[in-house]
Design a binder for this molecule. Structure first.
Ligand code: AMP
Ligand code: MN
Ligand code: MN
Length: 367
C-alpha cells in the first residue's frame, strides 16, 4: 500500500491505490488515473488471489507457448515479486523447444525459468499469464489440469474460463496491467527489474502506445514503471530495433511474394504473405525473429486485414492476423481453432498455405 504523503515529482508515489474507497481519495496531489483501471476483477477475487499467494510456500508460474513480451514479462515480474515475498518460485512455458526468444533475453528474472520436464506435475498453486485457454500452455497443460489451485491472469476477451479462479480483465491493455495491480496488492514495491518485465508487457501489447487499447491507465502505469529508472531506449532497441542480417533477406523474400486482394473482406481488402522455414534455414534465422513481420505488412493502406503465415521449426504454420477494426479477426481465428483480440489474433494451421488462405477468405466479413 502506498502512503498518503506523495512527493510531487515522484510518480511512483502518485495515486494508484484508492481501492479502499473508490473515488474518495480527496487528495490534491497531481492525479494519475488509479491502478484499478476498469474494475474488471471483483474485489473478492483479488483478495482471494492475494491470500492464496501469501499462504503458499512454492508457486509455479506459466505463460503461453511462444511467449511474447506480455506473457514472459508479466510472468517474470510476478515471479520476482513473489520471490521477494520469500516464496519458492518456478516459471516456465510449454514449448517443445524450450528457448527464450532472443529479443526477450534481456528480461530480468530468467533464473526462475525451468524446462517443462522439470516443472511440478501437480503444483499446489499454479498461476498462468496471458494464456486464453489451457491449450495455450502447451506441455504445461497437464500440470495446470492437476494443480490444486490455478489462478488465471489474462486480458483476452476470448478467455475460455479455465482454472480455479480468474483475474481476467478484457479491458486491460496487457496482462502486465493486472500483474502490476497484483504485485501492489501483495505489498511488494516496484523495483527496476520487476518494472522492466511489466514495461515489456505493456509496450508489446500496446504496440508502444499506438494501439486502441492504449488507455490513460496504460500511460499512468508506464509513468510508474519508468520512474524506477528503467531504460526505455534499451528496452525498445532489444524488442524492435535489432535483428540478425538474415532477417532482412527473409523479409525481402516475404515481401517479394506479398499479395494484395482488394475484393477480399467484403471489399475492404486483404494483404498477406508467408515465410516458409526453408527461407529461415538459409540464414540460420530462428522462428521468433520473424514474429514481428506482421507489423510491416499491416501498414498497407489498401487492406483492412493483414496476414502473415509463418512456418515454425516443426512444420506447422503460425498465422498472425491483424485488422484495422472493421473486421473481427478474433472471430475468424477462433473459427479456425485459435483466438485473440478483435484487431490482433492468431491460430495454428497444419494445412498448406493455399488451403489455409481459402479458409480465412471464406470467414472474412466486416463486423
Ligand atoms: P501474434 O500474431 O502471434 O502476435 O498473436 C496475436 C494474438 O493472437 C495474440 O495476442 C494471441 O492473443 C492470439 N493468438 C496467436 N496465436 C494463437 C493461437 N495459436 N491460439 C490462440 N490465440 C492465438
Ligand atoms: Mn501474448
Ligand atoms: Mn497480452
Amino acid at each position: 500500500m502506498m502512503g498518503d504523503v506523495r512527493e510531487e515529482r515522484d510518480v511512483t508515489r502518485l495515486p494508484r491505490d484508492d481501492r479502499a474507497g473508490h473515488g474518495t481519495g480527496g487528495s490534491d496531489a497531481p492525479c494519475l488515473p488509479h491502478l484499478s483501471h476498469s474494475g474488471g476483477v471483483p474485489e473478492s477475487d483479488w483478495a482471494r488471489a492475494v491470500e492464496l499467494i501469501r499462504s503458499a510456500d512454492e508457486i509455479a508460474l506459466a505463460c503461453h507457448v511462444s511467449p511474447d513480451g506480455d506473457a514472459l514479462g508479466s510472468m517474470l515480474a510476478a515471479g520476482l515479486a513473489m520471490r521477494a515475498l520469500g516464496k519458492r518460485v518456478v516459471a516456465s512455458f510449454g514449448d517443445r523447444r524450450f528457448e527464450v526468444p532472443r529479443l526477450l533475453r534481456f528480461l530480468p528474472g530468467q533464473e526462475l525459468l525451468v524446462e517443462p520436464a522439470r516443472y511440478p506435475e501437480a503444483p499446489a498453486l499454479m498461476i498462468t499469464f496471458d494464456a486464453s485457454t489451457s491449450a495455450r500452455l502447451g506441455l504445461l497443460g497437464d500440470s495446470a489440469a492437476k494443480a490444486a489451485e490455478l489462478i488465471v491472469v489474462d486480458h483476452h476477451p476470448s478467455n475460455s474460463g479455465f482454472g480455479t479462479m480468474a483475474l481476467i480483465d478484457p479491458g486491460a491493455a496487457a496482462t502486465a496491467m493486472l500483474v502490476e495491480e497484483l504485485i501492489d496488492r501483495l505489498g511488494v514495491p516496484l523495483d527496476r527489474d520487476i518494472a522492466t518485465g511489466l514495461y515489456a508487457g505493456l509496450v508489446t501489447d500496446t504496440g508502444s502506445f499506438r494501439h486502441s487499447s492504449t488507455s490513460p491507465a496504460a500511460h499512468a502505469m508506464a509513468a510508474r514503471l519508468v520512474a524506477t529508472g528503467l531504460r526505455t531506449d534499451e528496452i525498445a532497441r532489444e524488442l524492435w530495433d535489432r535483428s540478425p542480417f538474415g532477417y532482412l533477406k527473409v523479409l525481402g523474400a516475404a515481401l517479394e511474394r506479398v499479395h494484395l486482394e482488394p475484393e477480399a473482406a467484403g471489399g475492404l481488402g486483404l494483404v498477406w504473405t508467408y515465410v516458409p522455414r526453408v527461407d529461415r534455414a538459409a540464414y540460420g534465422l530462428p522462428y521468433d525473429e520473424v514474429e514481428g513481420m506482421i507489423d510491416i505488412v499491416r501498414r498497407t493502406d489498401e487492406a483492412e486485414v493483414a496476414i502473415v503465415l509463418k512456418e515454425d521449426d516443426e512444420g506447422a504454420w503460425q498465422v498472425s492476423t491483424r485488422s484495422k477494426g472493421a473486421v473481427d479477426v478474433a472471430r475468424v481465428c477462433a473459427a479456425l481453432g485459435g483466438g485473440g483480440h478483435v484487431r490482433a489474433a492468431g491460430f495454428t494451421s497444419h494445412r498448406p498455405v493455399a488451403e489455409t488462405m481459402a479458409d480465412i477468405r471464406a470467414l472474412l466479413t466486416p463486423a
